[in-house]
Ligand binder design. Structure first.
Ligand code: SAH
Ligand code: SF4
Length: 376
């Protein structure tokens, strides 16, 4: 079996090249061809010696994921569905805005966390994506869009790991993918513009802070352990006080000086004034009851699906909730919904796609929740 070079960050590619008897600068050239120019064919790589190109043909390939479908919204949002084999597929969403292009990337087929309000969670876990499968979502989107927009300039400026899956439960594949995104010889993205979203895998938050600090979003969804245990089952393993401590520790390394808390607004469940007050007490405790967590809140209108038994909070409730947090001095935004006409949803796709027609129908029933309020 030959190696898929999309599976490597630059250090990994350097080790691979070393085994072929090649110096590190050859790996850098190769990495730039693949990620900056989108090259797949070694014969295209004109500044590599012919002998090296021939050697590479025998032991390596550049194989991105295969797209199954693409849907374009009138507002420019694009959703791709990629085949990951064995009847599974993952989704990737591009959200263009005036000052940036954001790509929402998946890390797993399905998810084992099983949050009550998330259809990915309801489908269960199929498997982890490889580094190459995570990275090839960016590779494919960036180079497809450059061609489409007829530009050699970078199109994607921001990546959010908010597609299917819990990225911190696929840590060993995630980190090299992040490193390639950040590498100046790769996509050269700013650490502040690459966001990992997690439901709160505490030990891995610490490791990420050490290994590859990027912007962090924590899916909070509840101000108390009793409620969060129910909505985000991982809370039973890593309760709120441990999660808040991990957030404070992360900030020591983070490229930003705040954590983004995501909060999905569920009618009558977590959207009442007492929930807002409990959140304020959680992140801004009174004197002697703990330290403040520097944070911003992003309120997400719930995207309903029948099996959840939950409904979306009405606009007035969301606004009142946001106002209560804002009055307490917490920067709070409400995530905008976009791309309704293509009916896609970031983080909403089911993992099991044995019957692709049904999956396309299922996706078609869902909506894009554009990530316009994610930090730049
Ligand atoms: N597993 C990670 C990242 C993927 S989920 C995490 O949970 O953070 C990305 C975001 O989509 C999370 O903030 C999650 O709360 C949100 N989400 C999941 N299901 C949703 C739904 N039905 N409606 C609105 N947002 C949802
Ligand atoms: Fe998994 Fe995130 Fe969905 Fe929870 S919200 S089930 S952690 S993908």
């Amino acid at each position: 079996m030959t190696a898929n070079l999309l599976d490597f960050d630059l250090d990994g590619l350097a080790v691979f090249c070393e085994r072929l008897g090649e110096k590190r600068f050859r790996a850098t050239q190769l990495f730039r061809w693949i990620h900056q120019k989108g090259a797949q064919d070694f014969d295209q790589m004109s500044d590599l010696a012919k002998s090296l190109r021939e050697k590479l043909k025998t032991c390596a390939h550049v194989q991105p994921l295969t797209p199954i479908s693409r849907h374009d919204s009138a507002d420019g949002t694009i959703k791709w569905l990629f085949d990951v084999g064995d009847g599974n597929a993952v989704e990737t969403v591009f959200i263009p805005e005036d000052d940036r292009g954001t790509l929402c990337v998946s890390s797993q087929a399905g998810c084992a966390v099983g949050c009550r309000f998330c259809s990915t969670g309801h489908q269960g876990f199929s498997r982890n994506l490889t580094t190459g499968e995570i990275l090839s979502q960016l590779w494919f989107a960036e180079h497809t869009l450059r061609q489409q927009f007829n530009t050699t300039e970078r199109v994607i400026s921001n990546v959010v790991m908010m597609g299917m899956g819990e990225p911190l439960q696929n840590y060993s594949a995630l980190v090299p993918a992040l490193r390639a995104m950040l590498d100046d010889h790769g996509y050269g993205l700013s650490r502040r513009r690459v966001t990992v979203s997690t439901s709160g895998v505490v030990p891995m938050m610490d490791r990420l802070g050490d290994d590859c600090p990027v912007a962090l979003a924590v899916s909070l969804h509840a101000p108390t352990d009793a409620l969060r245990d129910n909505l985000v089952p991982l809370n039973r393993k890593y309760p709120l006080h441990e999660l808040m401590d991990a957030c404070r520790r992360y900030l020591a390394h983070a490229p930003r000086d705040f954590i983004t808390f995501e909060y999905c607004m569920l009618a009558g469940v977590n959207d009442q004034p007492e929930h807002a007050q409990a959140l304020i007490d959680l992140v801004k405790p009174k004197r002697g009851q703990g330290e403040t967590v520097p944070c911003k809140f992003n309120l997400i209108p719930f995207n309903p699906f029948p099996a959840s038994g939950l409904t979306r909070s009405d606009n007035a409730t969301v606004k009142a909730f946001a106002a209560q947090l804002t009055e307490a001095g917490i920067v709070t935004t409400i995530r905008k919904t976009r791309g309704d006409d293509i009916d896609a949803a970031c983080g909403q796709l089911a993992g099991d796609v044995k019957d692709r027609t049904r999956v396309d129908e299922r996706i078609a029933k869902q909506r894009v929740i554009a990530l316009t309020q994610v930090p730049q």
